[in-house]
Design a protein around this ligand. Sequence first.
Ligand SMILES: [Zn+2]
Length: 563
Amino acid sequence: MPSNTEQIKEKLDIVDIISSYIKVEKAGINFKARCPFHNEKTPSFLISPTRQTFYCFGCGEKGDIFSFVEKFEGLDFKGALESLANRAGVELKNFKREDTERSDKKSRMYEIMETATNTFQKYLEQNQANLKYLEKRGLSKNSIDLWRIGFAKDEWRSLCDEMLAKGFSREEMLKVGLIKKIDGEEKYYDTFRNRIMFPIFDIAGRVIAFSGRSLREDEKTPKYLNSPETKLFYKSEVLYGLNVAKNYIRKLDYTVLVEGQMDLLMSHQSGVLNTVASSGTALTEQHLKKLQKLSNRVIIAYDSDSAGEKAAHRAAELALSSDMEVKIVTLPTNEDPASVAKEDPEKWKTALKESKHFIDYILEKTIKENSGKNLAKAIMKEVLPFVHLISSEMEKTQCVKKIALKTKVREDDVWNDLKRIPQLNSTETKESIKNINLNEVSLERIIIGLIFSEEFNNKKSTLKEKWQKIIGKEEIERRLENYAENKEALIFEAEMHLMGGDIKKTEEEIIRRVELEYLKNKLQEIAITLDNQNISKEEEKRAKLDFKNIEEKIKKLTINLIK
Ligand SMILES: [Zn+2]
């Protein structure tokens, strides 16, 4: 009986799986893409349909469908296994040893969160007043069910007791942040009390945390309370709604980014399904990395108050420095996406349609706010720092032209001002990307890659035999051993290099070149021997003969190469 992983691998093709997440194009016998695991402009991420593997020359990420889904979706092995089993239509049997080896202990934590979510949902069902409250805020019953919104009772231990009865221990509940312990005592109480509970999902739709909105309107109680960071929940990485929005972001090729949960819920309810929320924390680079895997374009729609505006500018700054295309929505004073969408979903959609490129927006705003004052100075302070973040020279030029036109300043002067903008994030040097130029790959790497590839296909390696005749068996084994760690990379390198060519012919040429290189080295060695003062007459004679022979051979090989 084949294992779960074997069965799934048999049914799914790595190219299909990966191309359901990112854009993939044919490259010889392989496929290539822009790596989803590091930031790059030219594709160095390769997929092999024959070996069912992927490899990135930029960041070294490699593996099979399971590692890809694990990494891309941010899942553990079991999560990836379930997701792929689902797609393959394979029913998961008891985990075989090889499966469990890759699985980890998070599954129990997910189970607790799932049970807690069900419990909170049940409490809400039993509480008509709170259901009415949510409906008054604009949420449909459908949205409440879809987003699994619940209620935490105004009691100290209702959740804890119910979970204990279901077989979960206090330690387990502590680990996921559902209960708290009183210092120095063996006393526990529920973290969330008298709050509307919004489950926070990971990209695969599993509950990893909660955000609870207080139903008490006093000033002492924080309005929103989030789960603490746990092994499942890293605030700076989670985007609320991404589990639903991911497919739409990919399809529509842009993200709508809002701040709060209600903004997200109302936006989705209006049919804008590519919306995500940073929810309770400031936007981070990790958030943007997740979005960039799906699309490089983002529309920022934050509250229209001054705090919202500030946060929006900060988000735009981050997105621009990540080379994203950034637009921004302007909402009427004292409105937020939730209130606009609640009033009229069409009004919300229109606001999105009318979103402006961030630079245009900030330029117009600065001009409007500084009429009659020192505009050049304001532009320098408010606009140019953002232009400075744009890495594309073409885009930058367009911005400069626009600024010059709108402010009636000479383009050269704008450029000069731009050059004076101090490096905003001078401490954060951008991760340097090692891009291998495949044309510079050494012959040795190619020949070893080809040998690995032949070995993979269980072919008898003729290349190895030929090479062996030149440099000897021991030497070959030593070199193969050296490269064993990078097998996958070398195979891809060789395949890229030979792309479109006649493999047999190329192999012959490679062997000839390798021999040539070898002979030239030999020649050098002999020259060094001959230089040695202490050499005997006998030795000198033999060395000179060798030298002549090798020179002959090289001449022959070179003529062949030219032909
Ligand atoms: Zn990469």
